[in-house]
Design a protein around this ligand. Structure first.
Ligand code: ADP
Ligand code: MG
Length: 249
């Protein structure tokens, strides 16, 4: 992913003030920052849930949401936006599973409905994905029969089912009871080690230390500091990063 000069305002409030962020294939980037610093808005821009006011975002070398014709950016048709969005997986704080569908049905919905994958094939892959997130045998469970941690792992499997080039996580453990956080982080750590390209907004500093290739600290709609977790987390240079991290000591 390659974000260049990304700007986003809501009314008079400039929420992203020109973000440059490159994420390499296989890299895991953890985004930290205080509430209101623009972390969710950045992910939502990458995933085309928000329209940019300036700058460009490329995934796999292609513009997200725009087309370059004669050197100018043109908005894409809705169907093309849907196709490009399908290349990016997103996991939210709220798991957003379809309550009337089983775990398996939730996972195959996108591949069959959006990508047109043959059902048999999607089902076989979904079983494999459930095993990959530690939920072998829970194919027929409905969301209400699963714990929050299990539901979030189904949501991760559902995103993976689209074979995304990039996975975005927006505080995926913030809505969970403390005792369920570990199983979701373990799944994410596993995915990171398998070489998935991931951008993770989280306040889980230990996860950042163990799983991130790079840590980004955002404040006031800007990236104010970034680097390897050992540097940013253990010896932050920026005063705002220091103040933020002091809360976790
Ligand atoms: P974070 O995820 O870092 O907490 P957000 O990206 O959610 O921050 O929000 C950044 C700022 O943008 C906040 O001041 C928030 O109130 C504002 N904001 C976010 N979404 C909207 C929206 N749809 N309309 C108006 N303001 C918004
Ligand atoms: Mg947020």
């Amino acid at each position: 992913m390659d974000a260049r000069g990304v700007r986003k305002s809501f009314g008079h409030l400039e929420v992203l003030t020109g973000i440059d962020l490159q994420v390499h294939k296989g890299e895991t980037v953890v985004v930290l920052g205080p509430s209101g610093s623009g972390k969710s808005t950045l992910l939502r821009c990458v995933n085309l849930l928000e329209k940019l006011d300036g700058g460009r975002i490329l995934v796999g070398g292609r513009d997200v949401g725009y087309d370059v014709r004669r050197g100018r950016l043109h908005e894409l048709a809705p169907a093309e936006i849907a196709r490009r969005r399908a290349r990016i997986g997103m996991v939210f704080q709220q798991f957003n599973l379809f309550p009337h569908m089983t775990a398996l049905q939730n996972i195959i919905e996108g591949p069959v409905g959006v990508l047109g994958e043959p059902r048999e094939q999607a089902v076989a892959r979904a079983r494999g994905l459930l095993a990959r997130v530690g939920l072998e045998g829970r194919e027929s469970s409905y969301p209400r029969q699963l714990s929050g941690g299990q539901q979030q792992r189904v949501a991760i499997a559902r995103a993976l089912a689209m074979s995304p080039e990039l996975m975005l996580f927006d505080e995926p453990t913030s809505a969970l009871d403390p005792e369920l956080v570990g199983e979701v982080l373990a799944t994410m750590r596993q995915l990171a080690s398998e070489g998935l390209t991931m951008v993770v907004v989280t306040h889980e500093i230990t996860f950042a230390k163990e799983a991130a290739d790079r840590v980004i600290f955002m404040d006031g709609g800007q990236i104010v500091e970034q680097g390897p977790p050992g540097e940013v987390l253990d010896s932050p240079q920026n005063e705002r990063t220091k103040a933020f991290l002091a809360r976790f000591l």
